[in-house]
Design a protein around this ligand. Structure first.
Ligand SMILES: [Zn+2]
Length: 501
């Protein structure tokens, strides 16, 4: 009751204040509105009791959660009005985090640095290119390496900026019977280390492969297709803020199967573009790179419809074992992440850290064959330009090991009919794991990521008889299994020569 009255009184005061302001100085009101449109990042300390949490929940919309820090604190984007309301309740303490977009150093013109160039000389490691400069860089790389790169736009941001993707592979302009992997940066406009590292990765993959400098890169380009979207939220990047041009958090904007958090009416152009692109190929592994912590976060992010304040509840997917291994592969190759004080071995289940609905990684797992994880690459969301080379060298070995995962993990092969033709609508099921994956539409190929163990795999397809095969996986290499499915109406022939009707 006390809290309710407090909210009503505060709202009345606010309405009164707005009225006074309006009658005196319209400029002040404009400033207030502007401040509300651009919320700042704050760390909220609470004592964990139900009353405080319900009050917080009533003030801070779920979509504004940023990072859950501990049982007694979390980060959130707050407008000035929300900040004042929360600060008014005893037992709650709020401190402002002076970044990301309030970090004056984010503006690359404000820091004087001697340029540190990549080995190829095509990109500067300690500077932030604008979105236009990013486009120019990708055009330049494509022109320089036309065979091993393919450049395309998957759509436009809400303010009309191109969402540019580069495919990198031995023969990037042909359909290939290899695993497809996608890497996405900058879904949050102010989390930029990933955007930068993906640009450096594009340069490194192309240059090292062409010059024969890196055996891992050679293996990656010969045996996979790597698709890179360095900036999913160029509007947010240009405005130095988390949200897109329509002030939506894109990592809360995807459909979510558990809570029916459907976002149908508010799905943003960037979200639609990424969903269409993700479904256009049979991606099997991917990551989305964020900033604000140092950890690999794996599905699920959602806590299956629990709508109360997130409280560190583990929400494993059916593929929890392999997701842990994927996350560990990355974290173990980034020593700072692996030695994290905050997360054991630098990895965490999403909901066990903090729960969110409408996230991109959960959508990928639930609605496509792609196993996506969320990588928090830097404690500072917007590192200083001079810190960028350090982030790159910390993450390059981890990024390469990540890209090698499909080549040394799980089972791969094709699903063919008895005439040796690929079956394009086939699925691969694994006994004990409720998560069938689709085969590639063109070659009927599949890449089922699995941890070590003994597995029964079944290939199924409409109008074909299912076929089951057993495989033992150790840590050394992936195994190949070819399935040949008989037509459903073909006569079933067993060893005794008996035909079944
Ligand atoms: Zn983020």
């Amino acid at each position: 009751m006390v809290i309710k009255s407090l909210i009503i009184i505060t709202l009345l005061v606010l309405i009164f204040n707005v009225f006074i302001v309006k009658s005196h100085d319209i400029n002040i009101l404009n400033e207030q509105e502007e401040a509300q449109q651009e919320p700042g990042l704050y760390r909220i300390f609470h004592n964990g009791d139900a009353e405080s949490l319900h009050f917080l929940k009533s003030v801070v919309k779920a979509t504004d959660y940023d990072h859950f820090r501990s049982a007694n604190s979390y980060d959130a984007y707050l407008t000035d009005v929300q900040y004042n309301l929360i600060n008014s309740l005893s037992g709650l303490k709020v401190i402002e985090i002076h970044e990301p977009h309030k970090n004056p150093k984010f503006n690359r013109e404000t820091e004087r640095v001697s340029p540190i160039m990549s080995t190829s000389g095509d990109i500067q490691y300690n500077a932030y290119p604008s979105h236009q400069e990013l486009i120019n860089f990708m055009l330049k790389i494509h022109k320089k390496y036309p065979t091993i790169t393919k450049l395309y736009s998957i759509g436009k941001s809400s303010q009309g900026r191109d969402l540019l993707v580069m495919d990198i592979s031995q023969n990037a302009n042909e359909k290939r019977m290899v695993p497809y992997i996608k890497l996405i940066g900058n879904i949050h406009g102010d989390e930029v280390a990933g955007r930068q590292c993906l640009l450096y990765l594009i340069d490194h993959l192309c240059y090292s492969y062409t010059k024969g400098l890196d055996k891992d890169v050679k293996q990656i380009l010969e045996n996979t297709v790597v698709s890179i979207l360095p900036s999913m939220n160029p509007d947010g990047y240009e405005a130095k803020k988390r949200y897109n041009g329509n002030n939506f958090d894109l990592n809360r904007n995807f459909p979510d199967k558990y809570t029916l958090f459907n976002n149908i009416l508010t799905t943003q152009p960037e979200t639609v573009a990424v969903m269409d692109w993700s479904k256009s190929r049979n991606y099997i592994l991917g990551c989305s790179i964020h900033g604000g912590s140092l950890v690999v976060n794996y599905p699920y992010d959602t806590n299956k419809g629990l709508t109360d304040y997130p409280s560190g509840i583990e929400s494993p997917s059916p593929d929890d074992n392999i997701f842990r291994r994927i996350a560990l592969t990355y974290a173990m190759n980034n020593p700072k992440m692996f030695k994290s004080n905050e997360f054991f071995a630098g990895i965490t289940n999403g909901a066990n850290w903090y729960s969110l609905n409408g996230g991109m990684q959960d959508w990928n797992y639930d609605f496509t064959g792609n196993f996506e994880v969320t990588i928090e690459m830097s404690y500072r969301k917007t590192p200083l330009p001079r810190e960028l080379p350090g982030h790159w060298y910390d993450n390059l070995p981890a990024l390469k090991e990540f890209l090698l995962i499909p080549l040394n993990t799980g089972v791969y092969g094709t699903v063919l009919n008895t005439r040796g033709q690929p079956i394009t609508s086939a699925k691969i099921h694994v006994e004990g794991i409720d998560h069938p994956i689709p085969c590639g539409e063109y070659f009927g190929d599949y890449y089922r990521l699995l941890d070590i163990g003994l597995f029964n795999l079944t290939a199924t397809a409409d109008k074909y008889k299912p076929q089951t095969k057993q495989v033992f996986l150790d840590t050394i290499a992936r195994k190949e299994l070819i399935f040949n499915l008989e037509d459903e109406d073909s006569k079933d022939h067993n060893d005794q020569g008996v035909y079944h009707k």
